[in-house]
Structure formats: C-alpha cells, structure tokens
Ligand binder design. Structure first.
Ligand SMILES: Cc1ncc(COP(=O)(O)O)c(C=O)c1O
Length: 533
C-alpha cells in the first residue's frame, strides 16, 4: 500500500466523523525540513497538534517542543523528551505558570517585556531567555502582530542580564501561513540588526529562534513559494552568522508546516439545500475542528461522488452560529447529487484542528482523533527470516554475492538490525553488528562469536526492488545511525558493493581504499566508514 494509500484506506473505512493523521506523512515532512534547514533544531509548536502519538513521533525523531503553558510542558515531557528539549515559548505567562515551569525543569523562556523578564528572574532564577523581536506580519494569513514582540529587544535582554538571567537569544515569528519570502527576508534582516547592537553592548546571543510561519501547501488557491522561502531563510541565517562572528545556533518552531497537510477530516454531508443560493451543510465546521475555516480554503473530496455534475455552494458547519461558514462564504463546486450522510474528506485540515475546538458547541462534539502509519522500522522477529532470506537472494544471487540464510542470521545483532515493516509484509532489512574497525565479515562463514567494539559494521541493507526510490533505504540508515549514537558507538563501517559508494558518500561515509577486500565482495567493493559525532 502506498503512503497515501494507507491514509485513504483509513478514511474509506471510517463510518463516523474523525480527524485522521498520517504519521508517515508527518515524519517525511519533518525530514524535508531537516534537509531544507540542516543543523537547525526543531521545537514543534505543540498548539498546532497536541496529539500524543504525533508528539511522541516527533520526540522519537529527536525534535523538542515549543510549549505555551504548564499544561503543554507536562504533555511534552510525557513523550520522554528531556526538559532541555522543551522551552516555554509564550511571552504571556503568569507568575504561577513561570514557577510551575521552573519546577518542571524548564530553563529557557521566551520574553518580550521588562515586566515578564522581572517575573522570570524572580520565579525561574538564572534561566535562559530569548527575546521575541516584533515583525510586521505582512504576507501572512495571520500576522501575529500587536500582542507579541518587543520594539527594544536590546533593552529587554540588557535587563535580563542585570537580573542574573542568561540573555541567550532572539526570536521572531513572521506570521502564520506566511506566503512570501520577503516576510522572512525582512524579519531576519531586522533580527540581524539587533544581533549587531547586542554585540556592541557586550551581549552575545547563542541562538536565534526562527519561530513558526512555514506554510501548508495543500490549500486551494494558496500555494506558497516554499522553495524560495527556505532559500530566504538560509540566506538570512548566513547573514546572522556573519553578524554574530560565526558562532550561532538556530531553532525553528514550526506548527502548521509539519502537520497541516497530513491531517484529513472525515465528516458527512448534513444537507445540500438551495435557498437564495446553494448551501452545503457539513457535520464538521468551525466549532468542532475547522476553526481556521473562516480564512483557509479546504480541498473537499466526496469519495462516493467522484464524478458527475456539480453546483456552486457555500460550505458551512452544522451549528446554529452564522459564523460557522467555511472559506469566507465563497461558493465552491460540489456534486449536485449529494445526500445527507454522504462522506466528505476535508484535506489539509491537520493544523490547529484538535486544539481550536469547542467543548461541544450546540452539542457537536470535538472530532475524535485517529492516527495511521504506512510502515515502521522495527527489530527483527524470528518469523521475518524467510522474507529476509528471499530479499537477500533476490538482491545478491545474480551477482554471486548471496551468503545464505545461516551466515546472514549470524550477523544480525538484535539491537542494531531491523526490518522495514510496510504493514503487510517485510519490505526491507538492515543488519549491523559490532566489528573491529577495518575488518569485515567473511562471506563464506557465519560469525562464530560476538565481538565487542565501538565500531558498528553495517553488513547488509536491502530494500524490496518494488519499493525502491521512496527514501526507505535512507530511513533505515538514519534509524541505524540514531540507534548507534544512542548505544554510544563511535563509528559505522560498511563495505560498499555494486557501485553504491556514491549513496554512502552522500550519507557521510568516507572510503578507505587502503583496506584490501577479498574478491567475494565483488569487483568494485570499497570499505567505508562514518564517524558519529
Ligand atoms: C511562538 C509561536 N511559535 C510557533 C508557532 C507556530 O506557528 P505556525 O503554525 O505558523 O508554524 C506559533 C503559532 O502561533 C507561535 O505562537
């Protein structure tokens, strides 16, 4: 089943309203962000999707959290993330909330005013603070101006320093669903100016928090220039680093970008009626999950009416409130034959849907939340070996490199060997075992005894030919690298065969041509290794 297929299957199988999150999609979006902004630490803005499974997925991937209250801090810590990976990102907080956060171990706080800085100094002494710089919000669907941001961040951080806090950084928020690269360019230029002034005052920030604002891409008529936006951010980061004389870390707090396109609401048609114009009333509206529907257009899909005549209709939620209208009341084409009870899938509805919902206005309950995942990487189970054996044989028999099931099994160290489970079968595997540096298994013989080494040897990785080209090899290697780090291995080695050296080089592996390899590994085999830092 394809990645989208499993989501559509879950939507199709649903017979009551719900929101369904595709954890695989969210994870690939997270990886995409890492590729666009390498080295930037992610602090997911929890308010966008405070769903435990989603948060745990982010924590497992190494992300931290931007929390806005003690309630969110507690939920973030429940994922297993350490307090250092969580910051209190709300500039609005009471004395009690600051004290609670401090008790929970939080040591980094957003601020934008002298009053808030004094309260942090009193209730979270010695903490790190970063000051939010005000921005224009131009180009964004929600500007987020006025309520947040300091016009004099230098004075705010100066005061923080004098009160024993660490003036650790600056932040900005260019506005949510920011549709322009100029919003970022201007915002980051303003922050660069502040960094220069801070340095003149002898304050050296260690990081800049780029905030949220990265857009969802699936709203009809609201296609953002995502590539240009990332280019503008990277360029702004370069300028900031230059201004800071080199040493500067970056944090980003995306909400919408990570989850919006991977959450779909399954609702139903309440009634298609024609009064002065056609109105399509749905069972889900602004008060039970689609709060942002006043400004955001959604792509609606009617799975039981894939084709046929349409009528332009204003789409609205089920409640008695006249504000419960979607897409600003602009009519959209909907199937003319819709009947009460027909399902509707509302796409790109994943951001803020579970958080901005009433407790049940007019008796319409908040949407229940479900999650699905296409595949997962998991440890090898004894029942997986026949599938692993046949994948190995398909991959290597032709080139004469197949080593057979017994040898293969002997090289599967349980903690560092995995299968890719697609949900209905084994779609790939990776075997790694501790092995002395610059040595490698003898393909003609099974391993006889376990070796202790800080070097982990990636002996074999195979992806089912029908599943190649979808990033699963990369994911397995990433999974291994993360596991190796957590088990304190210092290095990963491998023997690249079949002309795969380019793939490994791009994953940070360097060749060691001086290491001689026997013919059994094939003519173009190269020993390579990657130091873990
Ligand atoms: C401080 C802060 N960071 C991050 C976000 C996430 O913003 P977005 O969903 O636009 O990425 C918000 C949202 O309002 C915010 O207030």
């Amino acid at each position: 089943m394809t990645e989208i297929g499993h989501l559509r299957a879950a939507l199709g199988a649903a017979d009551t309203d719900r929101i369904v999150y595709d954890l695989t999609g969210i994870e690939s979006r997270y990886r995409e962000l890492g590729d666009e902004l390498p080295g930037v630490r992610v602090r997911f803005a929890m308010k966008a999707c405070p769903v435990d499974e989603v948060l745990t997925g982010f924590a497992d991937l190494g992300a931290g959290f931007d929390a806005a209250s003690p309630g969110e801090i507690r939920q973030a810590l429940r994922t297993g993330a350490e307090p250092e990976r969580v910051h209190y990102g709300n500039t609005v907080k009471s004395d009690r909330d600051i004290a609670t956060a401090y008790r929970l171990g939080i040591t980094t706080y957003a601020t934008d005013s002298a009053e808030d800085v004094r309260a942090i100094a009193r209730h979270a002494p010695g903490s790190r603070v970063f000051c939010r710089v005000s921005t224009s919000g131009e180009g964004a669907v929600w500007g987020l101006t006025g309520k947040y941001g300091s016009d004099d961040p230098v004075a705010v951080l100066d005061l923080a320093r004098s009160l024993g806090l660490v003036p650790a950084g600056l932040s900005l928020h260019v506005g949510s669903q920011q549709m322009t690269e100029s919003g970022w360019r201007d915002g980051l230029a303003a922050v660069t100016g502040v960094v220069r002034t801070l340095l003149r005052r002898g304050i050296r920030p260690d990081h800049v928090n780029l905030g949220g604002g990265l857009p969802a891409s699936g709203h009809p008529g609201l296609t953002p220039p995502t590539g240009e936006i990332f280019a503008a951010i990277r360029s702004g980061m370069r300028q900031l680093r230059e201004a800071a004389g080199g040493d500067l870390d970056f944090v980003v707090e995306p909400g919408r970008f990570l989850v919006a396109d991977h959450g779909v609401v399954r609702a139903e048609v309440a009634r298609l009626t024609v009064r002065r114009e056609a109105w399509l009333y749905l069972t889900c509206g602004r008060f039970n999950g689609l709060y942002e529907g006043d400004r955001l257009p959604y792509r609606l899909e009617f799975p039981t009416h894939p084709a046929g005549p349409t009528v332009p209709a204003i789409v609205a939620g089920p409640s008695c409130d006249s504000d419960d209208v979607l897409a600003g009341g602009v009519p959209v084409p909907v199937p003319a034959g819709l009947a009460s009870g027909d399902p509707v899938w509302i796409h790109t509805a994943g951001a803020y849907a579970t958080s901005y919902t009433t407790a049940g206005f007019n008796g319409f309950a908040p949407l229940p939340c479900h999650t699905v995942r296409a595949e997962r990487v998991r440890p090898i189970d004894v029942h997986d070996w026949p599938a692993i054996g046949s994948l190995e044989s398909i991959a290597y028999t032709k080139g004469g490199l197949s080593e057979g099931p017994e040898a293969l099994r002997s090289r599967a160290q349980p903690e560092t060997s995995f299968v890719l489970d697609t949900g209905d079968r084994v779609g790939g595997y990776l075997l790694a075992l501790p092995y002395p540096e610059f040595r490698y298994p003898d393909l003609h013989r099974p391993e006889e005894s376990a070796v202790r080494s800080s070097n982990l040897h990636l002996h074999d990785i195979v992806i089912d030919p029908g599943l190649r080209g979808r990033g699963w090899g990369k994911r397995l290697v990433r999974h291994l690298t993360e596991t190796a780090r957590s088990l304190s291995y210092r290095r990963i080695s491998l023997v690249s065969v079949d002309g795969t050296a380019g793939f490994w080089s791009s994953r940070g592996f360097r060749p060691h041509p001086q290491v001689p390899l026997p013919g059994a590994y094939g003519p173009d085999a190269v020993y390579m290794s990657h130091e873990l830092r």
